[in-house]
Design a protein around this ligand. Structure first.
Ligand code: NAI
Length: 252
């Protein structure tokens, strides 16, 4: 059986993914800041906005895992620095520190977002963020005008760009990384998006036939974690009821 580490497993998309993987026979290690009500498998508590806690988590996790699903995230209603810490820096640090402990052939999946599809327009700031660490977040946000909901967009843009960049980073060990980008999904943070994005979120909701459900996203993550997706590498797969396609068609 495969051992798969799922962050953000206490709620929403992470909980649905943990459940689906366990149902498929995986040994799931659930990681979250809060204790899941009903997580399958083992639970390890960690705050992914805290570099010391991430180091402790990596030391605690067993070696030889076959998959890492980076799903934990916070919505744009949170302070900009916190959004960058959890949604980008914590994810990146956990991944980079965990890779040496993963099994050869392991698969890493990052939960990005439709909010990150504009990454090619933000390349200079994205490049600057490659060397960003936890201590420099506030100054970085100020220098690059990242405030309010922009922090969420920026973190997801950087995550997609990083996923593309890392396409062959661990090729010698057969380790690959991909992203999944949902549109609006009905989880506890959907209201946060509607609150911060206002008219834009309402327009998105109007043109979709329905918002996504965690169960629409979990199977896409599970596919990318499975050997069936071995030829998918450095990719970002939208799972958004057609929103990505709509925005691309509107743009060009
Ligand atoms: P959720 O709020 O239901 O789940 C997020 C989980 O992450 C929670 O269990 C929370 O405790 C955990 N978490 C937050 N901060 C943490 C920290 N510092 N350390 C450890 N765990 C932490 O939200 P949802 O919707 O399931 O979101 C999952 C991912 O999907 C996020 O990365 C989000 O940005 C992304 N996403 C969500 C969309 C939506 O409309 N719900 C749309 C596109 C992407």
């Amino acid at each position: 059986n495969k051992t798969i580490i799922v962050t953000g497993a206490a709620s929403g998309i992470g909980a649905a993914t943990a459940q689906l993987l366990a149902g498929q026979g995986a040994e799931v290690i659930a990681v979250d800041r809060v204790q899941p009500a009903a997580a399958p498998g083992r639970f390890v508590q960690a705050d992914l906005s805290d570099p010391a806690d991430i180091r402790r988590l990596v030391a605690e996790l067993p070696g030889g895992a076959h998959g890492l699903a980076n799903i934990a995230g916070v919505p744009p209603t949170r302070p900009a620095a916190q959004v960058l810490k959890v949604n980008l820096l914590g994810l990146r640090q956990l991944t980079l520190q965990l890779v040496p402990k993963l099994a050869d052939g392991a698969s890493i999946v990052n939960l990005a977002s439709l909010a990150g599809m504009g990454w090619p327009q933000a390349v200079p700031a994205l490049r600057a963020s490659e060397s960003l660490d936890f201590d420099g977040v506030e100054a970085f946000c100020e220098r690059h005008g990242i405030a309010g909901a922009r922090s969420y967009f920026f973190a997801k843009e950087a995550l997609i760009a990083w996923t593309h960049q890392q396409r062959w980073a661990w090729r010698a060990r057969g380790i690959r990384m991909n992203a999944v980008s949902p549109g609006p999904v009905d989880t506890p943070i959907l209201g946060d998006f509607i609150q911060t994005l206002g008219a834009r979120a309402e327009e998105d909701m109007r043109v979709m036939d329905r918002p996504g459900r965690p169960g629409d996203i979990a199977p896409v993550v599970a596919f990318l974690l499975s050997d069936a997706s071995a030829w998918v590498r450095g990719a970002n797969i939208p799972a958004d009821g057609g929103m990505h396609a709509k925005l691309l068609c509107d743009m060009h």
